[in-house]
Design a protein around this ligand. Structure first.
Ligand code: SF4
Length: 346
């Protein structure tokens, strides 16, 4: 077993303090109340998930985990030498036509077989800790935020010590995020679009821009613009905003960068991503011809220039060459859906 004594980094995961005071238990109960007439995300479906009524995200009372594994494709200070401890939830509250994880995000009839108990989810977290992972990185956690919190509570009581990373599409409810204050250590949101029209056309949700900006502003309120690093050089607390460059400027990267700089802070860490490749409906449907190719080097350089021009210096960017190839996951291989790569530059 690998030594994962987090005390060596001198920074305690924040949920441990909430656990000691009983506040974590209260938060979990408040989050679970939201499942009764589901307002867990901005879709506000109002279905009773405690009775397994399903709606837009096809998800009921129990969490669905499609894969859990050490992962080396995240930003360097999350990956370290032993990987981020990724837990990929099944289903999603968005329907991105280009989703690279579509095998698990948009196949709800198949995903139901991956439903697990809260105790089993807690056990997965402890397994990842025992394998030496540096954090627990919940991927697409929005629709399972209450279940995630319940599992953290159970795992904390059984020895979990790792920081919690909330790796989200940002279509999150501010009320939920407030309840996650002090449970989540590192927020890792995508900011997908700068216009609602693109959110509706390509991810099938209304009001993406406003909801995502409200959500990220709440994340910023909680953790600020400073990344807190442990003695091991890895990030323990903070906010990193991901911007995936899409072809034909569909994401509006410059507008999102300007919003981050003006409304949050120029010191917020940004992760600029070149890994887009057409997959799922973007690869097959004539309706999405604007998304039917990789980005060009010119499009990439335009995004890099915008970042430089705004003098936003905190964060990372991917290498242009090769990123799209390496990030193609295959969730048929549940143990290791991603190839191991480390191609971010700071
Ligand atoms: S979490 Fe799912 S059921 Fe709840 S509001 Fe969002 S999409 Fe609807």
């Amino acid at each position: 077993m690998v030594d994962i004594d987090n005390s060596k980094t001198n920074i305690e995961a924040s949920y441990l303090r909430l656990s000691r005071t009983g506040e974590l238990h209260r938060r979990v109960e408040a989050l679970e109340t939201l499942l009764e007439r589901c307002t867990v995300c901005p879709r506000d479906c109002l279905n009773n998930r405690l009775k397994d009524e399903i709606a837009a995200c096809y998800s009921g009372r129990l969490p669905i985990v499609s894969s859990y594994t050490p992962h080396f494709g995240e930003e360097p200070p999350l990956v370290g030498t032993r990987g981020a401890g990724n837990i990929f939830f099944g289903n999603c509250n968005l329907r991105c036509v280009y989703c690279q994880n579509y095998q698990i995000s948009q196949t709800h009839k198949e995903q139901i077989k991956n439903e697990v108990t809260h105790e089993r989810l807690a056990e997965m977290m402890l397994e990842l800790q025992a394998r030496g992972c540096h954090n627990i990185n919940f991927v697409s956690p929005t629709h399972f935020a209450p279940q995630m919190a319940r599992a953290i509570l159970i795992a904390a009581e059984q020895g979990l010590r790792l920081p919690i990373v909330y790796n989200t599409n940002a279509y999150d409810s501010v009320e939920v995020l407030r309840l996650l204050d002090g449970i989540v250590d590192v927020y890792l949101p995508d900011l997908k679009y700068a216009e609602d029209e693109a959110g509706y056309l390509y991810s099938k949700v209304k009001g993406y821009k406003e909801y995502a900006r409200l959500a990220i502003a709440e994340m910023y309120r909680q953790v600020g613009d400073e990344l807190v690093f442990g003695a091991d050089g890895l990030v323990k607390r903070g906010l990193v905003i991901r911007l995936l460059v899409l072809p034909n400027d569909i994401g509006g990267v410059r507008e999102s960068l300007e919003w981050i700089k003006d409304e949050l802070s120029p010191r917020v860490a940004v992760s600029l991503m070149a890994q887009y490749y057409p997959t799922h409906q973007a690869a097959t449907s004539k309706r999405h011809v604007l998304l039917s190719r990789r980005i060009t080097e010119t499009e990439w350089m335009r995004a890099v220039t915008a970042l430089d021009g705004l003098e936003m210096e905190e964060g990372w960017m991917q290498e242009f060459d090769g990123a799209a190839y390496y990030y193609r996951p295959d969730f048929e291989n549940r143990e290791t859906p991603f190839k191991d790569i480390r191609d971010f530059a700071s």
